[in-house]
Design a protein around this ligand. Structure first.
Ligand SMILES: NC(=O)c1ccc[n+]([C@@H]2O[C@H](COP(=O)([O-])OP(=O)(O)OC[C@H]3O[C@@H](n4cnc5c(N)ncnc54)[C@H](OP(=O)(O)O)[C@@H]3O)[C@@H](O)[C@H]2O)c1
Length: 256
């Protein structure tokens, strides 16, 4: 895998260790920091036949796994959990004994208690919902082993306050587009890891963020190239100094 930005040596043979360094969160977080991870085709599609898997590559899978190992929690919308058949994360967070829990955002609590999210996991999934969701569904998810949390609402500040209350500061959001769009609109996206898959897929698949319009400048913190696929890492312009790479970040594209 070649390193395009910041300039420096390629990642070498111990890819896992190099990726863990490349994507390390800033030290000493005292509040949730939201890193979003997506793969998209060159023409902006977020799925092929309703699933993201067709866009992935070995490099994208390696980054996906490393990002999970760096996270305290994986935050994901219920649409993605349902579409992709989510199960618990497999590998422990670096420095911990257990993998990060999956925290699902759902207003309806419309998740199958028999799904792998509940039956195939080393840690209890967290279900972030409200008292407005049908009580029998909430009860069924609790009975399936979930940590069901009834929040006043599912707005991003409320979601992140709950994760922060639990000390879950390294937040990895794996989508989907609706949740990402809500986070972006609330100015709650601190980082975006985007794999550009070298494919054109056409069709009517959505983009990586949907919902309210927003305009948030981001700054390139890292770029890797693996035969054809670009693995891009963007951060808030104000945070670019937090990334301990040995060259300054190019901020020439920042807006005032
Ligand atoms: N290419 C990729 O990297 C990637 C990554 C993720 C997903 N995807 C694809 O994206 C598609 C799913 O997209 P999606 O947009 O429907 O999924 P989503 O964002 O994962 O889920 C949307 C659902 O989240 C719940 N929700 C609750 N509060 C919300 C809030 N504040 N903001 C947003 N959502 C909230 C709602 O669930 P309830 O209906 O239960 O209330 C809503 O229907 C699938 O095809 C999946 O394969 C692709």
């Amino acid at each position: 895998m070649r390193r395009l930005w910041p300039p420096g040596p390629d990642l070498g043979d111990d890819l896992d260790a190099a990726l863990l360094r490349h994507y390390a969160y800033p030290d000493g977080l005292s509040a949730p920091r939201v890193r979003v991870n997506f793969v998209a085709s060159l023409d902006g599609a977020v799925s092929v036949d309703g699933l993201s898997g067709g866009l992935g590559s070995a490099a994208d899978k390696a980054v996906f796994g490393v990002l999970r190992r760096l996270a305290d929690v994986v935050l994901v919308g219920a649409g993605t959990v349902r579409a992709e058949g989510y199960r618990g994360a497999r590998r422990p967070t670096v420095g911990r004994a257990l993998p990060p829990p999956i925290a699902v955002v759902t207003g309806s609590a419309g998740l199958d208690p028999g799904a792998r999210l509940f039956t195939d996991t080393a840690v209890a999934p967290i279900v972030l919902t409200t008292a407005g969701a049908p009580g029998e569904r909430r009860d069924a998810l609790r009975a399936a082993g979930a940590d069901v949390v009834e929040l006043p609402d599912l707005a991003p500040p409320t979601l992140l306050a709950e994760l922060g209350r639990r000390g879950l500061h390294r937040v990895l959001c794996e989508g989907g587009p609706a949740l990402h769009g809500a986070l972006a609109a609330a100015d709650a996206v601190d980082e975006l890891c985007l794999t550009l898959s070298p494919t054109l897929v056409g069709g009517d698949a959505g983009r990586i963020a949907t919902g309210p319009s927003t305009m948030r400048p981001m700054c390139l913190a890292g770029a890797l190239l693996d035969p054809g696929a670009l693995l891009l890492h963007y951060v808030r312009p104000d945070d670019s100094d937090d990334f301990p790479d040995d060259v300054p970040i190019d901020r020439s594209g920042d807006t005032a």
